[in-house]
Design a protein around this ligand. Sequence first.
Ligand code: ADP
Ligand code: MG
Length: 679
Amino acid sequence: MAAPAKIPPATLAKLSKLGIRHRADLLLHLPLRYEDETRIEPIETAEPGRTMQVQGVITQSEIAFRPRRTLLCRLRDETGELSLRFLHFYPSQTSMLAKGQKIRAVGEVRMGFHGLEMVHPKCSKAGEDTPLKTSLTPVYPTTAGLSQTALRRLIANTLEVIPMPDHLPEDLRMRLRLADFAESIRVLHNPAPDIPPASLEDRSHPAWRRIKFDELLAQQISMRVHHLARNARKAPALKANGHYREALLKSLPFSLTPAQQKVAKEIGLDLEKPHPMQRLLLGDVGSGKTVVAALAALQAIENGYQVAFMAPTEILAEQHYLKLSGWLSPLGIFPVWLSGSLKASEKRQAAEKIASGETLLAIGTHALFQQQISFHGLGLAIVDEQHKFGVEQRLALHEKGKEKSIEPHQLMMSATPIPRTLAMSYYADLDVSVIDTLPPGRTPVTTKLVSDARREEVFERVRSACLSGQQAYWVCPLIEESETLELQSAVETYQQLCSAFPELRVGLVHGRMESSEKAHVMNEFKAGSLQLLVATTVIEVGVDVPNASLMVIDHAERMGLAQLHQLRGRVGRGARQSLCILLYQQPLSELARTRLKVIFENTDGFAIAEQDLILRGPGELLGARQSGMAMLRFADIDADQDLLEQARTTADLLLRDHPDAACSYLQRWMAKKHEFLHA
Ligand code: ADP
Ligand code: MG
């Protein structure tokens, strides 16, 4: 085999943006589509939208200066003529494209001002006998600064130098009627011209099926390995003694919905097992996850184990602290509060109570999992809005668990509903419980889209709502580029609203406030002594004030779908009909328009998440962008059901009879996921 070409560091950095860390990853970096340079097509068959290769003589070549410097050529073959247009070009190109030259050009045909044309086609000099390519030309997903040509060269070299053993035992492969691995990889990178294009496009070609099968198989193996590994680890078996939980349920002003009962039971059974639970509790905004978490916490506490309850923002963590203190202190359980903004002495005090085991319930931000915090006997870690935590924080949590020989159970919660396909790949090693109905007595929120030109009317609406005893939120514009600017705009909005509503009591809450200040304002709003709360998006998650029934979201066009849905979920929590006004500023970008339409037309979080997935792609939706986490890249859980079934049974077989092969599968497909999957 030839030696691998050396990859310069700058290219390595670009490659890592594409999720390519090892040379072998390049093999699985498969083309998005292909260009056909294996044949020359007559110009008369050109039509807009078609990418084709043509060959002919330049009959005209001139540099025009209007509207800007442009090289314009006419190319003629026996069947017709076509324009070639270049907006930037070198002298060498001008001479190659001089009148009378014989040229081969590849590009997409468009309808231009003077008829059919190609803009910036790829051109080369051609004689009668200039050879044609023998396979389709791959077009790869790439990133800024990494050209197709460079990527093609790199991958072609890799195909030559990297061995591609088939990890699937031959007899199994025959039985499953799957194509050879190396052959499939070669075909997909450089398909022969006679392969039906549709079979590449819809990925039904045997080579595609093989790759999709391998991807699914690797995923199935990984799921099983994690499951087995988890069952080999020890966690405290938290028997359901019941006394605390019964007392809590009795004291609540409501009874659990069937959906809550179902998930509480699933969690309760997991906690009784002597292996660490890893369960994700999914439930739309307002579906009542907190009380379910409280029940889980009590099960640990009933067994004398500690519970850590962590939330991504201070304001949300504080809400949990207040809510759980209210629920649990009558039972004689007093939670400890821990956040980064506590004074050093307060932190030390909290840390001592946690280390000595004096407190059984610690609530706070990720400060709970910092190095200096050591638990006496952690039995359960609850993580709210877990997708908001970064990879490092999840790893820290995991490490914290490993400090003692016994690992805590983990309950993760999220109000960002995750489409099924994603849940299966991203959260492959988690068990999932879903609260699929909202508590009774909620009236759906009405949503209105209002142009900023009608701001005055919105003011009136807020005024009359507040004067009639309702409470309202005014959410300030999100300014992604600068937190300082965002703060400044929040303060300005607050002042503006204070002077617009002299008769109302208006409060302000934002992310830079001291936590005690924040808590103070939130409590005043909760108690009803503030009627209007001006807030930055810090209230996005978890804030719970049932009497608030009006929300205005200023510059709604700047916000993402998940964020809008979360914000809107802050109202509609009481019996009163609630209204959410999305104030937007013209002109709207296409994306913003689509987002506002989606949020206007949908109230179901799952439907919104599906749309979000389409608009943004999976990585960003899950906040895992920085993780380099790969979802299923090639297979589709719905469309490739048959392959998934085969992969399921094959995974068991490999693990039983060919553990080395199973290992190789993980290596090839999951190497870069490895660390993350352990978090
Ligand atoms: P989320 O799932 O968004 O975290 P919360 O746990 O904050 O939702 O619950 C939202 C509100 O609904 C809270 O005020 C909570 O006390 C209330 N709630 C929870 N369960 C029920 C129920 N079964 N019946 C009535 N209200 C409930
Ligand atoms: Mg919540």
